[in-house]
Design a protein around this ligand. Structure first.
Ligand SMILES: Cc1ncc(COP(=O)(O)O)c(C=O)c1O
Length: 393
């Protein structure tokens, strides 16, 4: 099928939540994808931080093929070996605790929200989240998210969420009441245009949570699993949360989300308190186990840091050349370039020129390449970008 045929079919049968889309991707390998008309693209979006190992990594293919022909799905009424092994590996590399598996980032956050309420006194139900946050698209997670656009027209929203100003500890303190059970935040905000939590803020948050007996939840759905240069973004701060949520990169492209909770918190859930039919099934866990092993074996966090610095240096050079670039920011391979104007058109031009990126928060070009990206591929992306930005001088 050609792009135009796929487009026609989508328009007729897919509910239009994703707006106008001009290409259909049908094949991927490493950092490249191809559309239905055979055009090749350098993928610096990576399924919005999903394809950490690039597309169709041979070891993921092998692991998935093996699992597909052995056991694809069984209910959580039974033990699942791959799930237990994945949990073991996640815990070995984070903190003492336990995992719950689901299918997406929003579901991982839902699990964290439920567990935070369950594991504190019944009168404590409020969760404080931050301005600029994004936590997903379920009813609870859009309420946690600070973006009125996503909340419009679907009232009533669940109660029990307050928004404090990101990186402002006094604002967080003002939101705390005797009803607060948790504070939830992204160590590096992705959707609002790549904003990092400050170290002092994180340290103060931990102190505040300990003092007030409030749980600290880090949403590492986008920034976790090596993207920032550490396996978990919280490691940059030396501040341990009580829970971490993960998804995106975890499954090597297969859908899986995870909640990691410290033992004192995890025991808030007992049999029947939470569940997911597909969550933690053998297939997705086999893919995730392989993904995580490769991230660790190949020290991809270190590679992400090195490539991120290389990329940022090149972007800083573009900033010197183009005065409409306000700021280059980010850590590892989670990079934002803030412009003086809306960047939708630049994203479209990049796509035409064979580079996939996206636009966050209206005027921030967001770059989330696979963690395996090379200097040569970064140079290629920079060349494309340079040519396009030249039109805006
Ligand atoms: C920080 C963060 N949390 C949660 C989510 C929601 O994840 P999902 O789309 O898998 O539900 C996202 C998705 O972009 C995210 O970036």
């Amino acid at each position: 099928m050609k792009t135009s045929e796929i487009q026609k079919l989508s328009k007729q049968y897919i509910i239009n939540t994703y707006g106008e889309r001009s290409i259909a991707l049908v094949k991927g390998k490493g950092t490249y994808v191809w559309d239905a008309d055979g055009k090749k693209y350098l993928d610096f979006l990576a399924g919005i931080a999903v394809n950490a190992l690039g597309h169709c990594h041979p070891e993921i293919i092998k692991a998935v093929k093996k699992q597909v022909s052995t056991l694809i799905h069984v209910s959580n009424f039974y033990h699942i070996k791959q799930q237990a092994k994945l949990a073991e590996l996640l815990i070995k590399h984070s903190f003492e605790g336990k995992c719950f598996f689901c299918n997406s980032g929003a579901e991982a956050n839902e699990a964290a929200i439920k567990l935070a309420r369950k594991s504190t006194e019944p009168e404590r139900f409020e969760i404080i989240t931050m301005t600029g946050s994004f936590h997903g698209r379920t009813l609870a997670t859009i309420t946690a998210t600070d973006n009125a656009k996503y909340q419009k027209g679907i009232n009533p929203l669940p109660v029990g969420f307050k928004h404090a100003v990101f990186n402002d500890i006094e604002s967080v303190k003002k939101c705390i009441s005797d009803k607060t059970c948790a504070i939830m935040l992204e160590p590096v905000q992705g959707e609002s245009g790549i904003h990092m939590a400050k170290k002092d803020f994180m340290i103060e948050l931990r102190k505040l949570c300990d003092k007030e007996k409030i749980l600290l939840i880090f949403d590492e759905v986008q920034c976790g699993l090596g993207r920032t240069g550490k396996l978990f973004a919280y490691e940059h701060y030396n501040v341990e949360p009580d829970m971490i949520t993960l998804a995106k990169s975890l499954g090597g492209g297969l859908p899986i989300g995870a909640l990691i909770a410290k033992d004192k918190t995890g025991s808030g859930f007992g049999p029947g308190d939470h569940a997911s039919t597909f969550g933690g099934n053998p297939l997705c866990c086999a893919a995730a186990l392989t993904t995580l092993k490769i991230i660790l074996r190949d020290d991809l966090p270190q590679h992400a840091l090195k490539m991120g610095d290389y990329f940022k240096n090149k972007l800083e050079m573009l900033k010197k050349k183009y005065s409409f670039i306000r700021k280059v920011r980010g850590i590892g391979l989670m990079i934002g370039v803030e412009l003086d104007f809306e960047c939708k058109e630049i994203v479209e031009k990049c796509q035409k020129a064979g580079l996939l990126i996206n636009c966050a928060s209206g005027n921030v070009l967001r770059f989330l390449p696979p963690l395996v990206v090379s200097e040569k591929e970064i140079d290629k992306a920079i060349n494309i970008l340079d040519k396009i930005l030249g039109d805006y001088l």
